[in-house]
Design a protein around this ligand. Sequence first.
Ligand SMILES: Cc1cc2nc3c(=O)[nH]c(=O)nc-3n(C[C@H](O)[C@H](O)[C@H](O)COP(=O)(O)OP(=O)(O)OC[C@H]3O[C@@H](n4cnc5c(N)ncnc54)[C@H](O)[C@@H]3O)c2cc1C
Length: 363
Amino acid sequence: MPAERRLVLVGAGHAHLHLLRHAPRLATAGYRVTLVAPRWFDYSGSAAAIAAGDLDPDAGRIDVAALARDHGVEHRIGLVADVDPAARTVTTDDGAWLEWDVVSCNVGSVAAVPTGVEVAEEVIGVKPLADLHRLRERLRQPPPGRGHQVSVIGAGPSGIELAAHLAARPDTDRVHLVEAGPRVGDFLPRRAAARLAALLADRGVSLTSGAAVTRVDGDGVVLADGTRTSHDLAVLATGLAAPPLATRPPLGGDAGFPVRATLQHRDHDDVYAAGDCADFLPQPLPRIGVHGVRQGPVLLAALETRQRGAAAPAYRPQQRALSILDLGGGTALAVRGRWWWLGRSSLVLKHRIDRSWLADYRD
Ligand SMILES: Cc1cc2nc3c(=O)[nH]c(=O)nc-3n(C[C@H](O)[C@H](O)[C@H](O)COP(=O)(O)OP(=O)(O)OC[C@H]3O[C@@H](n4cnc5c(N)ncnc54)[C@H](O)[C@@H]3O)c2cc1C
């Protein structure tokens, strides 16, 4: 029997949810597991639909406290403020600290603010998802005598989902999608991007592309050429970035905790990181949930094998993953490599995949 080791899990992102579900295996391997994370996990696959009011917030929630309890894991509800590799401690946001022999971080990402852009506090960022859900509350209070006027800054996957959903709402007067690139959907197959642009135009989304935003205020957006467009609400969807915990030295780097293919920190074998907060050194990975999901089993196996002194498994990212954009109005765009399909059946497929994944963590 290997010596008992204290394993502290920081955050309950996708990979750590997998560890929680398989915590008895970690106990068998000789770990005493403690999790520090908020009570609830919000699933991003449902985030745009929830924020736009199409789905109930519970549709994308996992009760982390119940999952930990049911699998014998001690759960401290809260956030981690610091991970110290020299003292081998984590400090929580209420000032408590815990010692670890092995620590793993899976704390997600934050909304990226592009260099040189000023963003007012009232602007709603796409992450953390609890912030994005504020949009739902704001949409409940339309301005007197007219519908909402919303700006969505950034036409990546989350900006497109949000703009499409908002434009499908009957109480929205105008959705303005502002994109720095030359057109919407450059990351999609060419004809899929054209179909998407047509759908957005049909729903009345006004698009400004090739536009550098310099300031986003609570009531308007300003472009580099001085043009100002007003709005009641703005959503910042200009990408995702590593959170402060993952960028702070000595463990963090600009793109997050630097990890090798084994998900171990570049300089510390006892520190692991997965998902959006990790900077996967073998190759840059997009910040999408699928990597966190697929890293879960690798992380679990890595923690087990280190107790046996066996070789650590490596994470090998899949080259092409299926992604499905929920566009509201009962339709979605499914894409895998050059293959794509826009229509109701894509949404049915998305709901089936999402429900099945969530069900694994709710029983
Ligand atoms: C609107 C929107 C839609 C998206 N849709 C999709 C999609 O359809 N498919 C897809 O693959 N990707 C999608 N993404 C990207 C996806 O959200 C991320 O890639 C994914 O959530 C990252 O997973 P993760 O496990 O790294 O972290 P997360 O899922 O973000 O989980 C991290 C957890 O850590 C907790 N946490 C944060 N800080 C701390 C701390 N200091 N201490 C303790 N706990 C902490 C958080 O509360 C959170 O529960 C979307 C993103 C957005 C914004």
